[in-house]
Design a protein around this ligand. Structure first.
Ligand code: NAD
Length: 353
């Protein structure tokens, strides 16, 4: 671990931003140098809670004063692009963002490119792909411990295929060690299919992966709600918890669950946010890459957009990468605009605790 402390600015410090602030306050190699939040009352309360005096209403005023090492962007999705690009242009070392990264593909591209061109580490957010057990199960799969991958399936890809579905896509790509290259999909209900947002849309279909696998996609629980990847003998199942590992079958034909014996991981009080942040900080220090990146979030958005496109066009096969980068899929209003603008503000009492 680095001996010098990284200075961190939390940009957007609502419900999720405060989880980040708690974590960055706890780690020995980080200190919160500034908090940026559009809500004046909440900003003041958070300054006291996290012992931070550098408080700003917007990114521009932060960057006029000082450039942090690390910019942690947890604003509602609509405001992420401007914050990420301003921080990249100002010369921070690392930027993290949240899910969904954008509505429009070209906005996600602009963020990924702005960081890549400058060699800035660009991390994703609090996603289960960054759970240490998910990473460990993926390494064991890729190291051949379970044999060759023979199949994959996605379960429960519905409700919010961009806002929440990015969890499935990010884990599928990791476990299968492949990209989604073609999608055939159908969707329900019709009113969700014709809407601009991903709210309530249930997608069924098939993803073709770059390693040749045909991955079935189930829009509802099967009852599993995650991602299965299997070999001849083993099944690795992510169902919103540390992945389960099964080997062989009992006399009734049911799979036999093994004890996965995952390695322990520090700071588990922050759950999988720890894997996300610690792998991000390691990458900023020159070691490895974030376990969830901004580019992963861009891929997840692209898959969601392509799935909806196929479904609205009578299940035509849609190839990725999409040529039309102006395509968009909006998340539900809370994610896009935040609680203050959508009638669900976090109370000052809650922000204090
Ligand atoms: N990964 C996860 O598990 C997870 C969970 C919850 C939310 N999120 C994502 O995190 C983001 C924020 O969600 P939340 O629940 O914290 O919302 P929130 O409404 O509680 O907080 C958003 C905060 O950002 C501030 N803000 C709004 N516009 C801003 C701007 N332009 N500059 C600076 N500050 C600004 C608001 O004042 C508010 O304090 C959303 O994109 C959401 O989808 C991810």
């Amino acid at each position: 671990m680095n001996n010098t402390k990284h200075s961190v600015a939390i940009i957007g410090c609502g419900r999720m931003g405060q989880n980040y602030a708690e974590a960055y306050t706890t780690y020995p190699d980080t200190e919160i140098a500034a908090i940026v939040d559009a809500n004046a009352e909440r900003r003041e309360v958070l300054g006291t809670r996290f012992n931070v005096t550098a408080l700003y209403p917007d990114v521009e005023s932060l960057l006029r004063d000082s450039v942090p090492d690390i910019a942690v962007v947890v604003t509602p999705t609509k405001y992420m692009k401007d914050a990420v690009i301003a921080c990249a242009e100002a010369g921070v070392k690392g930027i993290s963002t949240e899910k969904p990264i954008a509505a429009r593909l070209e906005d996600a591209d602009a963020m990924v490119d702005a960081c890549a061109e400058r060699g800035i580490v660009f991390a994703g957010g609090n996603l289960q792909r960054a759970m240490n057990e998910v990473q460990e199960a993926a390494s064991r799969l890729h190291n051949g411990e379970f044999g060759d991958i023979k199949g994959a399936s996605v379960h429960g890809f519905g409700g919010e295929i961009s806002g929440g579905g990015c969890q499935h896509i990010s884990i599928l790509r990791l476990l299968a060690n492949a990209e989604v290259e073609e999608i055939v999909a159908w969707g329900t209900p019709p009113e969700a299919l014709s809407a601009e947002t991903d709210e309530g849309l249930i997608i069924n279909g098939c993803f073709r992966l770059t390693n040749g696998l045909e991955c079935s996609v189930f829009g509802t629980q099967t009852p599993c709600r995650g991602v299965d990847v299997w070999t001849d003998e083993y099944l690795v199942r992510w169902d919103w918890n540390p992945p389960e590992i099964f080997k062989g079958y009992d006399q009734n034909g049911n799979r036999i669950r093994l004890e996965p014996n995952y390695n322990s991981y520090p700071w588990n009080e922050f759950s999988y946010l720890t894997g996300s942040i610690r792998s991000f900080l390691a990458a900023v220090d020159g070691n490895g890459h974030p376990w969830i990146t901004g580019a992963d979030l861009r891929q997840a958005l692209e898959v969601a957009i392509a799935a909806k496109l196929s479904a609205t066009r009578n299940s035509v096969p849609v190839k990725l990468p999409l040529e039309d980068r102006s395509l968009a899929l909006y998340p539900r209003p809370y994610r896009w605009l935040g609680g203050d603008a959508t009638g669900k503000p976090q109370s000052i009492k809650e922000a204090k605790s």
